[in-house]
Design a protein around this ligand. Structure first.
Ligand SMILES: Cc1ncc(COP(=O)(O)O)c(C=O)c1O
Length: 435
C-alpha cells in the first residue's frame, strides 16, 4: 500500500529528505512521523488539506484535533486580520485576554479562575505544581496510557508496558512521585491513594484517553474518583486538552457531570493558534497570585503568553461555540456516532472485526477484538491502524496513522459518508494484510 502512497507524494518525500538534514528525524513533533515518510502540507481550508504535490485530502487530524470549526474559518481569519493591524505581540494584558478568560469561565464548570500559557505541556506542568503547592503532598496518580504532553514528570507510563520513563534523559528521581494506574479501574486508584500513605496530591487523567486509544472513561468511574478524592483529601484533575470545547462546550466535565478541582486545556481554546491554560477552583488558583506571601505557587511565565493573536483566535472560536452550542454539539455528536457505527459496519460486512471508539466528534478505529476499557491494545491493532490510515490517504482522506480523528463543523454529511465508504473499500487490502 505504501507504493501507492509513494507514487502520488513525491514532493513530500523530497521535502522529508531535506527536512532530515535540518531537523532530528525530519519532524518537529514525534507523532507526526509515520513510515515511509509523512505528508508535507502546502495549504488548508475548511475540511481539506493539500499536500506538497497538490493532492487534496479530507482532513480528520485537524491540527492535532485543535480545529473544531475546520481550517481557517472566516470568523477566526477576520479576527486575526483585524488584530494583526493592531499588533501581534504586546507582552502585556489586553481586553482580549480578559474577554477570552470570561468566555471560558462561563463555559467550563470548574473554571472559577484560570491562568493562560502557550502549550498544553506547560498547562499540565502548572497543574501538577498547583496541586502539590495547594495540598502540600507529592504523589501524582496518572493513568496507564495517559498522555499529558512532553512534561518531564508525566512522561511516564504512556506506552505499554506502562511502567517506565518514555525517554532517555529523564531521571528516575524526577518521576519518583508519579504513579501510574489502570484507567477505568477505581480499585486500582483507591489502592494507589492508600499506598501513598496520605501523600496523594492529585489524581490526574484524561476523561477520554486520547493518544492512549480514544477510550472514554465510564461515568461511574469518574464519579467514583470524585468521591475517592473528596474522601482522602486528594485533588481530582482532568486533562481536557483534547476534550475541552470538543465533546461539549464545557468539555468532558460537562459531558460526564463530574467537576474536577483543576483542569488543563489547550487546542480548541486557542482557535488554531498556540494556547494552553490551567483552570480550577479559586482557592487553588489564587496560590499563583504573585502578591501572595504564603504558599505562593510560581507558574505562568511565557514570553508569548496572552499574545493578542492567540487571544483573538481563541475568543472568536469560543464565543462562536458558546453562542451556537445548542446546534453545534448535537450535530457533532450525531456525526461522530454516524462515523463510528458506519466504519465498523463497513468493515464487518467485509469480514474484518473493527471497533471505533470515542465520544462526541472523536473517533479511532481499532482492529481485532474490542479494545479493553483500560485502553490496552491487541498486538494486531496498531499495525492495522497504520495500514488503514495509509491506504485512506491514497483515497484522499487524511487520518494520522494510529491517532484519533476529530470531526469539525466544516465536515459535511457527504464527507462522512465518503469516509465510511472508502473505509469499506480498504477491507479487501486490510483483510489480506492480516493473513
Ligand atoms: C491530552 C493531552 N494533554 C496534553 C497535551 C500536550 O499539549 P501540547 O502539545 O500543546 O503541549 C496533548 C497534546 O496532544 C494532549 O492530547
Amino acid at each position: 500500500m505504501s507504493r501507492g502512497y509513494e507514487r502520488t507524494t513525491r514532493g513530500s518525500k523530497r521535502l522529508f529528505t531535506r527536512a532530515n538534514e535540518v531537523f532530528a528525524g525530519g519532524i518537529n513533533h514525534n507523532a507526526r512521523y509515520y513510515a515511509p515518510y509523512p505528508l508535507f502540507v502546502s495549504k488548508a481550508r475548511g475540511e481539506h488539506i493539500w499536500d506538497e504535490d497538490g493532492n487534496r485530502y479530507t482532513d480528520y487530524w485537524m491540527g492535532h484535533m485543535a480545529l473544531i470549526l475546520g481550517h481557517s474559518p472566516k470568523i477566526v481569519v477576520d479576527a486575526l486580520r483585524a488584530q494583526i493591524a493592531n499588533g501581534t505581540h504586546y507582552g502585556m494584558g489586553s481586553s482580549l485576554s480578559v474577554e477570552l478568560g470570561e468566555e471560558i469561565q462561563k463555559a467550563v464548570p470548574c473554571a472559577e479562575r484560570l491562568r493562560l500559557c502557550n502549550t498544553g505541556a506547560e498547562a499540565t506542568m502548572y497543574l501538577v505544581r498547583l496541586a502539590r503547592g495547594y495540598t502540600g503532598k507529592r504523589t501524582v496518580i496518572k493513568m496507564a496510557g495517559g498522555w499529558h504532553g512532553y512534561n518531564t514528570e508525566l512522561n511516564k507510563g504512556v506506552h505499554s508496558p506502562f511502567d517506565r520513563a518514555e525517554s532517555a534523559g529523564i531521571l528516575q528521581e524526577e518521576q519518583e512521585h508519579v504513579k501510574t494506574v489502570k484507567f477505568n479501574d477505581l480499585d486500582a486508584a483507591e489502592r494507589e491513594v492508600k499506598a501513598s500513605g496520605g501523600d496523594a496530591a492529585v489524581i490526574f487523567l484524561e476523561p477520554v484517553l486520547g493518544a492512549g486509544g480514544c477510550i472514554p472513561a465510564d461515568r461511574d468511574y469518574l464519579k467514583g474518583l470524585r468521591e475517592l478524592a473528596d474522601r482522602t483529601g486528594t485533588l481530582l484533575a482532568f486533562d481536557e486538552i483534547i476534550t475541552g470545547f470538543r465533546v461539549a462546550l464545557g468539555g468532558a466535565q460537562e459531558w460526564y457531570g463530574v467537576t474536577p478541582d483543576l483542569a488543563s486545556f489547550g487546542k480548541i481554546a486557542g482557535g488554531g493558534l498556540p494556547l494552553g491554560l490551567v483552570a480550577g477552583k479559586k482557592e487553588i488558583l489564587s496560590l499563583a497570585d504573585p502578591v501572595k506571601k504564603e504558599k505562593f505557587v510560581s507558574i505562568g511565565g511565557g514570553t508569548f503568553s496572552e499574545n493578542p493573536l492567540s487571544m483573538a483566535a481563541g475568543l472568536a472560536t469560543v464565543r462562536h461555540l458558546r453562542r451556537r452550542a445548542k446546534e453545534i454539539y448535537p450535530a457533532l455528536d450525531k456525526a461522530g456516532k454516524h462515523v463510528r457505527i458506519g466504519v465498523d459496519e463497513a468493515f464487518r460486512e467485509a469480514g474484518i472485526e473493527a471497533h471505533s471508539t470515542g465520544i462526541g466528534s472523536l473517533f479511532l478505529t481499532h482492529f481485532g477484538p474490542e479494545p479493553a476499557s483500560s485502553g490496552e491494545e491487541s498486538s494486531e491493532d496498531k499495525p492495522m491502524q497504520k495500514s488503514y490510515a495509509l491506504s485512506m490517504m491514497a483515497e484522499g482522506v487524511f487520518i494520522l496513522p494510529g491517532h484519533p480523528g476529530g470531526i469539525s463543523t466544516a465536515h459535511t454529511k457527504k464527507d462522512l459518508d465518503e469516509l465510511i465508504l472508502k473505509s469499506g473499500k480498504q477491507s479487501e487490502y486490510l483483510g489480506r494484510a492480516t493473513k
